[in-house]
Design a protein around this ligand. Structure first.
Ligand SMILES: *Cc1c(COP(=O)(O)O)cnc(C)c1O
Length: 390
């Protein structure tokens, strides 16, 4: 059976052109960029070129780009680095309650080390209030970290506005832009951010490559110690093939962004309006407008999200019950709970995340099979049957 992949917020297929661009750097230009000989210098040249290209795509300078092994590493480094370097100034950090675990668990870790963290609430659409943020700032606040767009519900935060406030108070501001780079315009100056994390595998590059952007002078303590790579800030021989792949994927995403956004949004809105019109007891999670072009997140009452996923899988459709990191555990998503959902309704939530590789035919197929699956599941739900009688 042909698989239909609607789980692009978890990871994406690596594009053929991205693989092609990487191949020579495994077998021909395989040198260590720190070596003085020709093969090393060729690798160094590729590293410099791609660093400059990625910097330009983000509106940054090449020396502000630090390659990491993942988005999680970039988030960890941004937060622990600034926390460590500023511990004498203060120990207060502001974040939101709907961050990715790479940010949330890092903040929790720091709480155990004597830091104080304010977790800003969100409204029912998953938005942080700029006023709440302003009120949370203290004399000892040393870092604000708020994600650009949420991976589960797709809500886009007012990052430029928050950045304006952070700038006026001279507080370092980090954003996790893993879900937005390559999807919507991301420019570090327009967004007023000091630090930004991105990851390759969410934009059709391989898993295991990320970037921490850090405005000059803003990068904190090292996360890794050793060699002098990444301006002495992140040791480890550079992963040239993956860096090349990331750069290729970013370029492809930027070149096609307008077209991709239009196409993806149309498919997203098609699914949402179909479900709202044809299926009862449903709720759209996330913001109706300020939303990632490919994100659909819907709660189906009287249904277990996991059962729905399994039945979709049997029809060849890959979706997710929230974030890949929370499924596998029985705890409902912290993001959905933060938007005010009850545990029960949160458990019946499914995310379909689309990319430019999805097609209208795939959406049509989903619309054909979804109502039948829900009917089957709800027919065996005592609660649903009681509700219908009432
Ligand atoms: C996927 C994701 C991450 C983690 O990136 P990895 O490269 O998988 O470590 C961090 N933040 C968000 C918002 C994500 O979607």
């Amino acid at each position: 059976m042909k698989k239909i992949y609607f789980d692009n917020a978890a990871t994406t297929r690596v594009k053929d052109k991205v693989v092609e661009s990487m191949l020579p750097y495994f077998t021909e230009i395989y040198g260590n960029p720190s070596s003085v000989h020709g093969i090393g210098r060729d690798a160094k040249r590729a590293l410099d070129t791609q660093r400059a290209a990625i910097a330009e795509m983000l509106g940054a300078k090449p020396r502000e780009i630090f390659f990491t092994a993942s988005g999680s590493e970039a988030d960890n480094w941004a937060i622990k680095g600034v926390a460590g370097a500023n511990a004498k100034k203060g120990k207060h950090i502001i974040t939101s309650s709907i961050e990715h675990h790479a940010v949330l668990h890092t903040c929790k870790f720091l709480e155990g080390r004597g830091y104080e963290v304010t977790y800003l609430p969100v409204d029912s659409y998953g938005k942080v209030s700029v006023k709440d943020l302003e009120d949370a700032i203290r004399k000892d606040t040393i870092l604000i970290t708020i994600m650009h767009a949420n991976n589960e519900i797709g809500t886009i935060q007012p990052i430029a506005e928050i950045g304006e406030i952070a700038k006026s108070k001279k507080i370092p501001f980090h954003t996790d832009a893993v879900q937005t780079v390559g999807t919507i315009p991301v420019n570090v100056n327009d967004l007023n951010v000091d630090m930004l994390s991105l990851s390759g595998h969410k934009i059709h590059a391989p898993k295991g490559i990320g970037v921490l952007y850090a405005r000059s002078g803003r990068v904190g303590d090292n996360l890794l110690h050793g060699g002098a790579q990444e301006s002495n800030k992140r040791a480890g021989t550079e992963n040239i093939p993956y860096i090349v792949g990331l750069s290729t994927a970013m370029q492809m995403a930027l070149e096609n962004m307008e077209l991709n956004t239009t196409r993806t949004k149309a498919m997203r809105d098609d699914i949402i309006s179909f479900v709202m019109k044809n299926i009862d007891y449903v709720r759209l999670n996330g913001h109706p407008v300020d939303r990632l072009p490919g994100n659909v997140n819907i709660s189906f009452e009287f249904v277990e999200g996991e059962s729905l996923l399994l039945m979709l899988d049997m029809k060849g459709i890959c979706a997710s019950s929230g974030s890949a990191c929370t499924s596998g555990s029985l705890d409902p998503s912290h993001v959905l709970l933060a938007t005010g959902l009850t545990h029960e309704i949160a458990h019946g939530s499914v995310r379909f995340s689309l990319s430019d590789e999805n097609t209208n035919e795939e959406v049509k197929y989903l619309k054909e099979v979804l109502p039948g699956i829900l009917k089957t599941l709800r027919n065996i739900s005592p609660l649903y049957n009681e509700r219908k009688v009432r």
